[in-house]
Design a protein around this ligand. Structure first.
Ligand code: NAD
Length: 287
């Protein structure tokens, strides 16, 4: 069984990004990423801070815009309009999830698709469907595919099952897996799927993006499968200083021994997501 080390593979992606930033800077361009966060969701603040920190390490200019929970929809839209028109900013992301009174979809549609480094704007979703490489691909599924490639996993003709159909992970993951070059045969499972464990047992490659700790148990996994655990869930743990620990959607201890390869949580998909956010930002700046 191989543990797919996302930290290590992400570090290689970041090294490439750093080189491209250097080249851009020698042409007088410093890539700029704006990160907008509305409200005080603690996990979102952790993600945003680590994105900003990684920008700093690569020489990417970052601007963190923290807005209070009571910010109105129109105020957020105005921030996005300003960033769309700001030449120092090449990439914009609005951290999800915003507070419930904010309409996230309207914000995404307002983003300049050329600055939509999360790949959520309809233009970029369309380009992904069309396999038009000029678009931005959502960072998490892009990272998962890269992990599979780097680990030398045979995807062509493989049966892949993706659990989850979100716009952030499940759907783009399914599109990438079925795309030319990857060539998997893809099943997308979700909360209404019947006989879920049996469907998952067909998978040579099983991707879990559900948001439920330890949901994928050993009976979901066929011997020799490759398991990609996208989930990041906080579970209470009084033995930890911060009072919780992070676990995936996969019951790692019972699933790992059955696998050909598996991603750990943390240290699997998470670092890949940030690495491809940086890669998309460099691309947005012309790198
Ligand atoms: P989401 O809530 O938008 O989607 C969850 C999906 O799971 C839904 O499509 C739903 O149909 C499916 N689902 C829910 N219950 C189910 C059930 N009982 N059986 C089968 N399917 C079920 O979540 P999301 O944004 O796609 O995120 C999923 C997980 O991935 C979360 O834990 C999130 O924190 C994590 N995530 C991690 C990264 C990363 O960088 N590693 C990035 C994004 C999301």
């Amino acid at each position: 069984m191989t543990i797919l080390n996302g930290k290590e593979i992400a570090a290689e992606v970041l090294t490439e990004c750093r080189e491209k930033v250097g080249t851009l800077q020698s042409r007088g361009v410093t890539p700029g990423l704006a990160v907008v966060i509305v409200g005080d969701d603690p996990a979102s603040h952790v993600y945003v801070n680590s994105k900003v920190k990684t920008c700093g390490e690569l020489g990417i200019h970052s601007r963190k815009i923290e807005l209070p929970t009571e910010t109105t929809q129109e105020e957020v839209l105005q921030v996005v309009r300003d960033l769309n028109g700001d030449p120092a900013i090449h990439g914009i992301l609005v951290q999800s999830p915003p507070p419930p009174h904010i309409n996230e979809e309207e914000i995404i549609r307002l983003l300049d698709p050329r600055k939509d480094v999360d790949g959520f704007h309809p233009v970029n979703v369309g380009k992904l469907v069309m396999e038009d490489e000029s678009g931005f691909v959502p960072c998490t599924p892009q990272g998962c595919i890269h992990l599979l490639e780097k680990a030398g996993i045979e995807t062509s003709g493989a049966n892949a099952v993706v659990i989850g159909r979100s716009m952030i992970v499940g759907k783009p993951m399914a599109l990438l897996l079925m795309g030319k070059g990857v060539n998997a045969t893809v099943t997308v499972a979700h909360s209404r799927t019947r006989e879920l464990a049996a469907v998952c047992r067909q998978a040579d490659i099983l991707v879990a993006a559900i948001g439920k700790p330890g949901f994928v148990t050993a009976d979901f996994v066929k011997d020799g499968a490759v398991v990609i655990d996208v989930g990041i869930n906080r579970v209470e743990d009084s033995s930890k200083k911060r009072g919780f620990r992070l676990v995936g959607d996969v019951a790692y201890d019972e699933v790992a021994p059955k696998c050909h390869a598996i991603t750990p949580v943390p240290g699997g998909v998470g670092p890949m997501t940030i690495a491809f956010l940086m890669s998309n930002t460099v691309k947005a700046a012309g790198g």
